[in-house]
Design a protein around this ligand. Structure first.
Ligand code: NAD
Length: 268
């Protein structure tokens, strides 16, 4: 895709799922990829191998990848992570705020520590990463791009997952406010909002044919999405093809946000 070759990209939570697919997609586009993992480099080994394979042919042209540890909910980790990426690659052009977690439980019973944990990774973590990236972008002639990985639960309420729902709702204004504040510096900030996607976060149903069928029966297109479909949209939003797009959330959900219960008329 136009404008991605040779770019320096940092993907948070890239050990698995959507983050892994995004890292691989950027490698296929000829970008240098910093693969963030939370705890052990072993967790990111699979992504590293996939990225190496994806960029094998262009490696000779100077494409580089690094594994980088950081818990995005810890300010000191994030500051160090962004500084290390800039030092190793020479600059940072694109930040993908992908790391995310969720906890389940009735809203009136959730422990405040569990609520705080989800917000501190999904929303506060995304903000700290954006803040550090923007500080760097402001010193770069070509500025930069941020993509927040939000969710359809940015707009669809999610009972039993109050912290997740609140974090993704907040992500909409994180995206829009940063986009407005930095538009004049040629820093673009957008989000994608995946619908139900086949990744480890959905382990409760992806390998259970009955559970999967139940989930997919609620999706107008009749199937869950793939991480690669999410990565394709991210690549587009980061490319020069999207040079005039900022402050937007692109919903990639097989029609899940189209009020599926209105498929059949039930009200005159
Ligand atoms: P996943 O569990 O495979 O990926 C989440 C990643 O975040 C993991 O690699 C995990 O190690 C990492 N992570 C968690 N806490 C972290 C921390 N403190 N610091 C750094 N990394 C951390 O699940 P996924 O589905 O690939 O999720 C990726 C993003 O996509 C999340 O933000 C999630 O909310 C969003 N999303 C997923 C779906 C879906 O159906 N799979 C739908 C909508 C949005």
């Amino acid at each position: 895709m136009k404008g991605l070759k040779g770019k320096n990209v940092l993907v948070t939570g890239a050990s698995s799922g959507i983050g892994q697919a995004i890292a691989v997609r950027f490698a296929q586009e000829g970008a240098n990829v910093a693969i963030n993992y939370r705890k052990s480099p072993e967790d990111a080994k699979e992504t590293e191998e996939m990225v190496e394979n994806a960029c094998g042919e262009i490696r000779g042209c100077g494409v580089e990848n690094i594994l980088i540890q950081a818990d995005v909910s810890k300010e000191e980790d994030v500051v160090k992570m962004v500084a290390t990426v800039v030092e190793k690659f020479g600059s940072l052009d694109i930040l993908i705020n992908n790391a995310g977690i969720q906890t389940e439980g009735a809203a009136h019973e959730i422990k405040i520590e569990d609520f705080d944990k989800v917000i501190s990774v999904n929303l506060r973590g995304a903000y700290i990463c954006a803040r550090e990236a923007i500080k760097h972008f402001l010193s770069c002639p070509d500025s930069g791009v941020i993509i927040n990985i939000s969710s359809v639960h940015e707009v669809i309420p999610k009972p039993q997952y109050i912290a997740y729902s609140v974090s993704k709702g907040g992500m909409e204004n994180l995206t829009r406010s940063l986009a407005l504040e930095y538009a004049s510096h040629n820093i673009r900030v957008n989000a994608i909002a995946p619908g139900a996607t086949i990744t480890p976060i959905n382990k409760s149903w992806i390998n259970d044919p009955k559970g999967k069928a139940e989930v997919e029966s609620n999706i107008p297109m009749g199937r869950a999405g793939t991480s690669e479909e999410m990565a394709a949209a991210v690549a587009f939003l980061c490319s020069d093809e999207a040079a005039y797009i900022t402050g937007q959330t692109l919903f990639i959900d097989g029609g899940l946000t189209l009020y599926p219960s209105f498929r059949e008329p039930w009200s005159s």
